[in-house]
Design a protein around this ligand. Structure first.
Ligand code: NAP
Length: 246
């Protein structure tokens, strides 16, 4: 099989477990990677010292926000357009960014105001500005697709997240609306929906829709990384909301 062409991907959420596996896989396939992260100190040295990697730190807009407003601090990073934009600026000897992969996901207990959706609004402005077409991002069972069938397990999972993590649920829904709005027109956006992540070995990725009898409820982060990089190289599910499992 022919090796995929080397590309340059911007990866968000790279300091998390799935994001790190995604970075490692992309590098293993000889792609260049730009990481935009609020806590780059969490990245292992093996990543930061790799010549194919550029790390850009998102910083809060003003120190007072850090001290007094934790929720604003979270908003200040992904929506800090000048720091975010520096990820897209041309770098000598590195191809322009070809696509964006985001392993960012909302957290139970996160502040209200849909911080991830706000960050993605900035991202959409930037991808249009720099003529980048491809975005693959994490989503959850809280979004539905017309191809889904009824599933009582899904109803229970969504009811549970609404009760224990309402602000996370509203953020996922806001991201779904944004990515299907006119702001995303002309882009190849794949929203990869997941239920429950684990650290199993992977190697058994399944892609389909809820209730189709093919996909299950558990997804190895390693399989998520494979889906992310495969889809960013060659989008097969753009414009859709595939549900993925192991
Ligand atoms: N565990 C599950 O079963 C499950 C199920 C459905 C969805 N998810 C979602 O899937 C995502 C990936 O899971 P994981 O376990 O691999 O991730 P993880 O280890 O929790 O890492 C999450 C990543 O997102 C970043 N992040 C989160 N909120 C952010 C914000 N407001 N601004 C900037 N960066 C932010 C984190 O940055 P920092 O390192 O700076 O914190 C980190 O890089 C998670 O975000 C989670 O919400 C998980």
């Amino acid at each position: 099989m022919k090796a995929p062409e080397s590309r340059h991907f911007l990866i968000l959420g790279a300091t998390g477990s799935s994001g790190l596996l995604t970075v490692q896989l992309a590098l293993g396939r000889r792609h260049s990677v730009t990481i935009y992260a609020r806590s780059p100190h969490k990245l292992p040295e093996e990543i930061t010292s790799n010549p194919l990697v550029t790390v850009v730190k998102g910083a809060p807009r003003c120190m007072r926000l850090v001290v007094y407003h934790y929720s604003m601090l979270q908003l200040g990073e992904l929506t800090q357009e000048d720091a975010f934009e520096s990820c897209f600026l041309p770098k000598e000897g590195v191809a322009p960014i070809y696509g964006v992969i985001s392993a960012l996901g909302p957290k139970v207990g996160q502040p209200s105001g849909n911080p991830l959706a706000a960050g993605y609004e900035v991202l959409l402005r930037l991808v249009h500005k720099y003529s980048i077409q491809r975005i693959v991002l994490l989503s959850t069972v809280s979004l539905s697709s017309p191809e889904d069938r009824f599933s009582i397990i899904r109803e229970i999972l969504v009811a549970g997240i609404k009760i224990i993590g309402y602000t996370a649920w509203t953020d996922v829904v806001a991201i779904g609306k944004l990515m299907q709005s006119s702001a995303a027109t002309g882009l190849d956006v794949t929203l990869a929906r997941v239920a429950t992540l684990n650290d199993a070995d992977g190697g058994s990725l399944k892609v389909g829709f809820i209730g189709d009898g093919k996909v299950g409820w558990m997804l190895a982060r390693r399989d998520l990384a494979i889906f992310f990089v495969d889809e960013a190289e060659d989008p097969k599910w753009a414009g859709q909301l595939p549900f993925i499992s192991s």
